[in-house]
Design a protein around this ligand. Structure first.
Ligand code: PLP
Length: 258
């Protein structure tokens, strides 16, 4: 059994964050653990409140795992504050040689700032260099690089700029591009690999970024090579979006099947 930990925020509506990650881990047949960085109050219509967990409590959660359990992979999602980021970075330096997938969560689809704007630099300086792969969507890629990203050529330019910040791989998620296809692109420092699939017409896409990064760390922990892991995670996502269903009045969650 592979033991994976997600370090992320809680979504009370169960579609994103820790809840999406644990459902994804379960569907991938790995054992899921969670270190909660923040609790959000939210439903399908938006985020109504956030309480960041005290970094000393985040440190205690991380140490409790480190002291007792072998960890085979780590996913990092919502990290909120500079102190939270510093705490996670020092934990990552103690667990070398396992896949670390960083989803650079910044703003929710409903427009809520999940990363404090002043914490952006800490994320780039302290977490990106420790990531096996970082998975920005296009708005996140624009915030990270300051570049405009609205075509595949611009995705490559921004992806290479993000690679220079230190991660081993960059997976650029092109879901925000217009077009018939949803195109993601992987850069390993040498080559670009393109992953395209038919765009699925649904409003139920809450938690897609969380799910993709959790699926990716599960596949990497199961020792799939990076290119194959991205392919497998993209097809998991496609099925989860196809099988999504509505709960509430806003964009619903995607579906995690077994
Ligand atoms: N809530 C939490 C705790 C998250 O981690 C995220 C995204 O990572 C979201 C909400 C936003 O999800 P979405 O942008 O899919 O609505």
């Amino acid at each position: 059994m592979k033991n994976l930990v997600t370090i992320a925020g809680s979504d009370s509506s169960g579609g994103a964050g820790i809840q999406a990650d644990l459902k994804t881990f379960c569907a991938h047949g790995v054992f899921g653990m969670s270190v909660i960085t923040a609790v959000t109050a939210q439903n399908t219509q938006g985020v109504t409140g956030v309480q960041d967990i005290d970094p000393t409590m985040i440190k205690k959660q991380l140490e409790a795992l480190l002291d007792d359990i072998q960890i085979h992979g780590i996913k990092i999602g919502m990290v909120s504050t500079i102190n939270t980021i510093t705490t996670i970075a020092s934990f990552l330096r103690q667990v070398r040689n396992i896949p670390v997938v960083l989803d650079p969560v910044m703003v929710s689809k409903s427009g809520f700032h999940l990363l404090k704007p002043e914490a952006k630099k800490a994320m780039l300086d302290q977490l990106l260099p420790l990531a096996t792969v970082v998975t920005p969507n296009l708005p996140e890629a624009e915030v990270i690089t300051g570049l405009r990203v609205s075509s595949e050529a611009e995705m490559k330019k921004a992806g290479e700029a993000i690679y220079r910040l230190g991660p081993s791989n960059v997976l650029m998620k092109g879901g925000h591009l217009a077009g018939e296809e949803a195109v993601d692109m992987l850069y390993d420092g040498k080559n670009w690999y393109r992953y395209a699939c038919q765009r699925i017409d649904t409003k139920n896409t809450h938690g897609t970024g969380c799910t993709l990064s959790a699926s990716l760390v599960a596949n990497l922990a199961k020792e799939m090579p990076m290119r194959e892991a991205v392919e497998a995670s993209k097809s998991y996502m496609k099925k989860a979006i196809e099988e999504s269903f509505g709960i509430g009045n806003g964009p619903g969650p995607i579906h995690h099947f077994h």
